[in-house]
Design a protein. Structure first.
Length: 428
């Protein structure tokens, strides 16, 4: 019995020593990684400036347009109004699950009744989408404390517009229904004016939802040449070009501002005149790693089309590779600093591809329907319709097939784009 106890005690001591040794190794490795990354900060800041990136949070706020032209004022008022007189949970459920293809469901009735009752909300939404500019006032020197509640407001505003469009459809006002649905593109652009990744993702997500709504309207009016032409014109006139350059710049400013907050002091300059937040090694390391990952993405976003798309994809792939390397070498500093960039950049890539693929499908489908209206038959292939009607932003191929009674157009996104792997329009 005594030998068993001694053996167990020895095993316990050995286990403790192993964990202690591993902990010490982990701690020393972490310190080395932090110091190595922090030492690169001056050089990364210098490279950022050479790339044309603003590294001063106090000069990042965009110039505010006149109030009469700034939609942000109306969105702020809408946010306050929703806080003061919020929509009920049943109203939000009905609005968020609305579908143009089903105009008679219980949820459709609730949604249409909501927009009829909440004229106060609709007045602000219409006022916002009628203004050309949208700039929200933010104190970027304290970016760590910023809240972007207006993005949720913009999503609610789209739900209200979609419900209004459905209500107009039910009244037989198909032209106004299309016009109202199109206003969602303006909401998407306004969401993208916020210079952060999450706003850029919201812009692509809203564009995709607007296009899905247009697709449903197109199915309802495929035999109406005027409606088909109007949908084609509205979809083709919206450029849908998310400003990734501005979003990357904003993420860098956010990181710099947060870094300043962590070290609890102002930025200082080294002997070469390069800013360095050297009061906190961990904060310096975080800033250096963020810059290293985002500078190539910023440079890619500055390029012109068509090369810009491939360069952006390559930069995002580079972030993924660096994250995998950091994981394998157990670089916790790198994982913590850039870990959020991987899902954000990848989701931007997914949503952007999905939205543009859906846009291409709509343009191709309207062109096919216009061809049918003129010739009385569907084209044998997409090559027979005017090539200028298509906008292959990412070069994703479309598959067109005639059926016994109509046709279908399918778009396949990239393999990683699981949410939008197969997008299609089918008629009837």
């Amino acid at each position: 019995m005594k030998r068993v106890l001694i053996a167990l005690a020895s095993l316990f001591v050995f286990t403790v020593l192993v964990f202690a040794a591993y902990g010490a190794y982990f701690f020393v490795t972490l310190i080395i990684h932090i110091n190595n990354a922090a030492d690169c900060l001056p050089q990364e800041l210098k490279m950022a400036r050479q790339a044309g990136i603003n590294t001063d949070p106090s000069h990042f706020q965009q110039t505010l347009p006149p109030v009469r032209l700034n939609a942000a004022i109306d969105y702020d008022r809408l946010t306050e109004l929703l806080k003061k007189h919020p929509l009920t949970s049943s109203q939000m459920v009905a609005l968020s699950r609305l579908d143009h293809s089903d105009c008679t469901s219980k949820q459709s009735n609730i949604a249409c009744k909501t927009v009829a009752q909440r004229g106060d909300l609709m007045k602000l939404v219409y006022a916002a989408v009628s203004k050309p500019d949208c700039v929200f006032e933010k104190d970027w020197t304290h970016a760590f404390n910023l809240h972007f509640s207006e993005l949720k407001t913009l999503r609610t505003a789209y739900y209200l517009l979609r419900a209004e469009s459905l209500a107009q459809e039910r009244r037989g006002q198909w032209k106004q229904a299309i016009k109202t649905q199109t206003m969602g593109f303006k909401l998407a652009r306004d969401a993208g004016t916020e210079p952060i990744f999450i706003a850029l993702i919201d812009e692509s997500d809203l564009n995709y939802d607007v296009l899905i709504g247009m697709r449903d309207i197109l199915r309802l009016h495929a035999n109406n040449p005027l409606a088909v032409q109007l949908i084609h014109d509205e979809v083709s006139s919206d450029i849908m070009d998310p400003d990734l350059k501005k979003a990357v710049q904003g993420e860098i400013i956010y990181a710099i501002s947060s870094c300043n907050k962590v070290v609890n002091g102002e930025s200082v300059e080294d002997d070469n005149g390069v800013e360095s937040m050297s009061n906190g090694k961990l904060a310096d390391a975080n800033m250096a790693i963020t810059l290293k990952e985002l500078i190539p993405l910023y440079k890619a976003a500055c390029l012109k089309l068509p090369g810009r798309t491939e360069a952006i994809d390559n930069a995002i792939d580079g972030i993924n590779r660096d994250m995998n390397h950091a994981f394998h070498r157990k670089d916790i500093t790198w994982l913590l600093s850039s870990g959020l960039l991987v899902p954000l950049t990848n989701y931007f890539k997914v949503m952007g591809t999905g939205a543009f693929t859906e846009r291409n499908i709509l343009l191709a489908s309207t062109a096919v329907l216009e061809y049918h209206a003129k010739h009385g038959a569907y084209p044998a292939s997409l090559d027979e319709i005017a090539p200028e009607t298509l906008h292959f932003f990412r070069g994703n191929p479309l598959t067109y097939r005639r059926t016994k009674r109509g046709f279908n157009v399918t778009g396949v996104s990239k393999p990683m784009d699981i949410p939008h792997a197969h997008l299609f329009f089918q008629y009837p």
